[in-house]
Design a protein around this ligand. Structure first.
Ligand code: SPV
Ligand code: MN
Length: 650
């Protein structure tokens, strides 16, 4: 359930501003003439009251209004440098930002949804009662910007005017955060009022890093007030915790799609990319993967790259699934980014002419370095833990890597050579033909498989599993990662799942427009498929083949093998695709990758069923799909044994 504007708006309670007259007084007292004139262009009173409350609560020394003009953006760059939040690197337009050692990824244990008493939440999310959150904000946020400048920016999460785009305000005392916002989101200062008018809502984000010391980090909180679509972030700087236009507002968008736009919209943790097929035809894909599982790399493999992290979907009048990227930039993991796997990104990172904010990499003589870059490494430099030298041991007794596993680069997507910039900016979005779901699964599912029905497609999404990655502080082990979106689903998982079933079964789709739904898995290892060693059976560049096959399948140009888990590719259809990436593809490798390991799959189904049976009020469809697949798998096992090669099923 989601009830908008329920309970107190904490920002208004603590700020104390209730009317537009009071808000205007706050602006008159706190803004200089120039910034006052700029802000006067925004007319929406609700938005202005939010801004006034943030100013009144945070009590900055000054306020800067970012209109997105070249002069304003330059001011932000210089402000961030002057405050030392970023430092210039040798290459023009490149800077380095370090987050505190304790603040290198999303602080999942300090991230909460603010809820009203009695609200049912996702079992995978932490929540805090409105009253407790109010106490926290009252204790820590008044005066938190004293001695600092409060910066305000107005953004659109998507091309202005797009069906699924929503406006948002970003308020922060950090130049780095606003600088990042300018690279990652579309500034819509001049369209802001009209966008609120069109959509009927906007998000508000308030971030304050305080003194930014390690001692403060335990007090850091990331609060998302669902009812008021307002976020609060304190005592941290990592963009995933502070630039809440990104994952904070993604969470609100998920809520909005789940409760207010059923069968109309979806909000997903997905890349969007296009592939050029035979005859120059373009097929667009959107794909989910948990953080740190190669989503950016997959996205950039396309010929028409649109986005690498988030997607907003709707079904258009013709029954076509359409998607926009709410972002316009990349906050990408740099570990293992190298010439071989990510040539276009490397051109931006090592070439000239692209503005890049680096975070938490190693800097030596003004040049950034990172683990897995495929280049000679320096012996010493400065990284997220301070002075670094080869062999340095950290406080935990372990070697300190050259760069943090979650070190990142921030740049505009249009700088990437294969970015389809014009399409990305089109409010009509791109037509999505294929949806993929992937995780880090070392032993169970094949590299690619296609759902036979929309229900089975939804269940592929619900059944993503993944090894923990470095994108969240304090997580380890193998986790279930429903839709790779679980960290961002605020409401009950049952509600989100029901919305997925409704959406993909919608009669608005025709048989020709209903998207193909598929699973992808790049992480099978030799030892788990009858070989030896823990190395991967595939490599990064194989992604092109799996997407290429899905393109052919979605366009009806190849037939597939029907199995209990879905449609699988034939060897002879993959062979020519491997030739296009100049790679041998022995039949023995195909057999290792695509044979059904029945015991493992059945075990996985049982685990999923068991885990989901603890979730209240789940759509029964998921259990039906699991049951049916299990039954058919066991029948197959009886006939062919525990490992079933595709030859048996053709
Ligand atoms: C992710 O971790 O999924 C990211 C980066 O895309 S963050 O902004 O931290 O969410
Ligand atoms: Mn992400």
């Amino acid at each position: 359930m989601l009830e908008m504007k329920k309970g107190d708006d904490i920002l208004a309670v603590v700020g104390g501003i209730a009317t537009i007259t009071e808000a205007r007084n706050v602006f008159a007292e706190n803004l200089d003439e120039n910034n006052n004139t700029k802000l006067a262009q925004i007319k929406n009173e609700e938005a202005l009251i939010k801004v006034a409350n943030a100013i009144k609560m945070c009590r900055p020394d000054s306020v800067f209004v970012n209109t997105g003009s070249p002069a304003d953006i330059q001011w932000i760059r210089e402000y961030s440098l002057a405050k030392g939040e970023e430092k210039p690197l040798t290459k023009t337009g490149h800077t380095i930002h370090f987050d505190l050692p304790e603040d290198q990824a999303r602080l999942v244990n300090q991230t909460f949804y603010i809820i009203n008493a009695g609200e049912r939440m996702s079992s995978l999310a932490k929540s805090v009662l409105r009253s407790e959150a109010t106490e926290y904000v009252k204790k820590f946020m008044p005066g938190i910007m004293t001695g600092m400048t409060l910066i305000i920016g107005f953004y659109s999460r998507g091309p202005v005017g797009a069906e699924a785009a929503l406006p948002a305000i970003e308020i922060s005392s950090s130049g780095y955060v606003l600088h990042s916002a300018e690279l990652l989101y579309r500034n819509c200062f001049s369209d802001f009022d009209a966008e609120i008018e069109r959509t009927g809502l906007f998000f508000t984000n308030v971030h304050a890093q305080g003194n930014n010391t390690s001692a403060d980090v335990p007090n850091a909180r990331i609060f998302m007030d669902r009812s008021w679509m307002t976020t609060f972030s304190t005592f941290c700087t990592y963009a995933g915790n502070t630039l809440l236009l990104k994952k904070g507002n993604h969470r609100f968008s998920v809520d909005y799609a789940t409760y207010c736009k059923v069968e109309e919209q979806l909000s997903e943790h997905m890349f969007i990319t296009g592939m050029t097929g035979p005859g120059g035809r373009k097929t667009f894909f959107a794909g989910a993967a948990p953080s740190g599982c190669g989503k950016t790399t997959t996205a950039m493999v396309g010929t028409d790259f649109i986005g690498d992290d988030l997607a907003q979907f709707w079904i258009d009048k013709n029954g076509v699934l359409r998607a926009i990227n709410p972002e316009k930039g990349i906050f990408g993991i740099v570990e293992d980014v190298n010439r071989d796997g990510d040539p276009y990104l490397m051109d931006c990172l090592r070439g000239d002419g692209t503005e890049v904010i680096w975070s938490n990499v190693l800097v030596a003589d003004g040049v950034p370095y990172w683990v897995g870059n495929g280049e000679p490494a320096p012996d010493k430099g400065v990284n997220f833990q301070g002075e670094w030298y080869k062999g340095k041991i950290g406080p935990d007794g372990k070697p300190v890597p050259m760069s943090h596993k979650n070190s990142r680069c921030t740049l505009v997507a249009s700088a990437i050579a294969n970015h389809a910039t014009e399409l990305s900016e089109d409010p009509n979005g791109v037509p999505i033909k294929v949806i993929t779901y992937s995780g880090r699964d070392a032993d169970t599912m094949p590299p690619v498989w296609v759902a036979k029905t929309p229900n089975e497609g939804v269940v592929i999404g619900a059944s993503i599993v993944s090894k923990a990655t470095a994108t969240e502080v304090g997580t380890t082990g193998v986790n279930r990662q429903p839709w790779a979106n679980a960290p961002f689903i605020p409401g009950a998982l049952a509600d989100y799942m029901a919305a997925q079933f409704t959406f993909f079964n919608s009669t608005k789709f025709s048989e020709t427009t209903r998207p193909v739904m598929a699973g992808l898995n790049y992480f099978l290892t030799h030892e788990n498929r009858g070989g030896t060693g823990s190395h991967l059976l595939g490599e990064k560049k194989d992604v092109r083949v799996w997407l290429g096959w899905l393109d052919l399948f979605a366009n009806g140009e190849v037939e597939a093998i029907s199995t209990p888990v879905g449609y699988l590719p034939k060897y002879e259809d993959l062979l020519p695709l491997f030739q296009t990436i100049d790679k041998e593809y022995p039949k023995s490798l195909y057999d290792m990758q695509f044979s059904l390991y029945i015991d493992k799959i059945v075990h996985r189904l049982d685990l999923q069923r068991e885990a989901y049976s603890k979730e209240p009020e789940l759509p029964q469809m998921i259990f039906k799909v699991y049951e049916n697949q299990k039954k058919e798998l066991l029948q197959l096992q009886e006939k062919f044994g525990s490992i079933v090669p595709m030859d048996k099923l053709v």
